[in-house]
Design a protein around this ligand. Structure first.
Ligand code: PLP
Length: 428
């Protein structure tokens, strides 16, 4: 039976998946980790005919003591009802497009699955939750879209005002049933701090607060599935993955997939100017030697203090992390140049986040003789970043119906200073 404990709990007090899911962040400030990782035969994914089918099998194994298979299957099929194609780019280099969900980023996988799992447990318990989300762009829209309209759940979004693109902001502030959006006059770290402070604030302790950030275990498990689905599309064998990273939730999903039995000799962690993790991997920074967030073109990766580092570090320790994960820092100029080269050579339009990944792949190939195929995760649709696409390529980003319709909708947003007091006034 899989049980979950907080990274900060030396007694490893065990919780069920439902408890860890509904709590989000542990009361001691830690993050939940499984006490063991189910291993599966590769046939679980290599013989699946869709990503949803991988999900039914793999999540079925993780959750079998808590959700009957007949209840889980429709949840997973409804959550993961969009395509996830693997596109060959050049010799041994592939792009896994994770942006075909309703809000056009990979966060739809985690948010949609988690929303349905939470609703399942809340409805059975007759409880409700207020979900507090700090977002640097894509999390908020995926969570708002995934959770909107659920009777037992209200969503409160915090995003750094002026630090997300126009399209991202629009996705955050369109009026949705059961969702309240706040533009915070500060950085993403301020938003994240406000959420953390709200969770431990005695005056708010009577509210049923929960989180849906990549800190929630309910988002991590679904983020293992597309790694397995990529291997299935390649027909099996060893694959390296390059993950454009910020808060390290996506990479944690990949590590869990590998620990379940997928053959991944190397992970590449591609970061923008927010350099903590690549520096840590190279031995140039100590664990938890975080820094303030820097604003970049790949803004959904603008995280100076990645929350999931605590999980990876607890799970693997420094030596294993440094041996398994190769990191690099890609600045904005190199990101733009990689967008240009990718378009010129292959006619492929990459969003800035994906371009950070593709640049990391080029550097890794130049630095090593590793012949293993590499899959770069494409984390967002380029249409979400029209300014960057126009600036780099001199062309209009392809139009997407899911974005165009947003401009005709009503919006609802309030601006607040970056303090937990300001947030409390609205919550109480
Ligand atoms: C959130 C996000 C990332 C970073 O993912 P983490 O799990 O935070 O590392 C990368 N690209 C896009 C487009 C994102 O929305």
């Amino acid at each position: 039976m899989v049980r979950y404990f907080s990274t900060r709990d030396s007694h490893k007090t065990p919780l069920s998946f439902a408890e860890a899911l509904l709590k989000g962040l542990a009361p001691d400030g830690g993050l939940y980790l499984p006490d063991r990782i189910p291993t599966l035969s590769p046939s679980a994914w290599l013989e699946a005919s869709s990503l949803a089918e991988v999900g039914v099998k793999v999540l079925g194994e993780w959750l079998k003591e808590e959700i009957p298979a007949a209840d889980l299957e429709p949840i997973v099929r409804d959550a993961l009802n969009f395509p996830c194609p693997l596109i060959p780019l050049s010799d041994g280099v592939y792009v896994l497009e994770l942006f075909h969900g309703p809000t056009l980023s990979f966060k739809d996988f985690g948010a949609r699955t988690m929303a349905r799992l939470m609703q399942y447990f809340l409805a059975r318990r007759g409880e409700r939750r207020i979900i507090l989300v700090a977002t640097s762009g894509d999390t908020g829209s995926a969570v708002a879209d995934g959770f909107a309209g659920q009777d037992n759940i209200e969503v409160v979004l915090l995003y750094p005002k002026g630090k997300v693109s126009d399209v991202q902001e629009r996705q955050l502030i369109v009026r949705r049933k059961g969702v309240r959006s706040f533009a915070v006059e500060g950085s993403f770290d301020d938003c994240q701090r406000m959420v953390k402070e709200a969770f431990v604030d005695p005056q708010l302790s009577h509210l049923p607060l929960s989180s849906a950030n990549s800190i929630n275990i309910g988002r991590l498990l679904p983020q293992t599935l597309y790694y397995l689905w990529a291997a299935r599309q390649l027909g099996g064998g060893a694959v390296n993955f390059c993950v454009p990273s910020g808060n390290l939730g996506n990479l944690t999903g990949g590590i869990l997939a590998a620990l379940m039995g997928q053959d991944v000799p190397r992970f590449l962690a591609a970061h923008n100017a927010n350099h903590f993790f690549p520096n840590f991997l190279a031995g140039r920074a100590e664990a938890y030697q975080f820094h303030p967030t820097l604003a970049t073109l790949s803004n959904a990766m603008d995280v100076g203090a990645p929350s999931n580092f605590e999980r990876l570090y607890t799970l693997l320790g420094a030596n294993k992390l440094r041996a398994w994960v190769w990191g690099t820092v890609v600045l904005d100029d190199a990101t733009l140049e990689r967008m240009r080269q990718t378009y010129a050579r292959y006619g492929y339009i990459a969003c800035p986040h994906t371009a950070v990944g593709l640049e990391a792949v080029a550097r890794y190939r130049a630095a090593t003789a590793d012949p293993t195929p590499i899959v770069t995760l494409s984390t967002a649709h380029p249409a979400k970043f029209p300014e960057a696409v126009a600036g780099a390529l001199g062309i209009q980003a392809p139009k997407e119906a899911a974005l165009e319709e947003l401009w005709g909708r009503e919006v609802a947003v309030e601006t607040i200073p970056p303090t937990v007091e300001a947030l409390k006034q609205h919550l109480l």
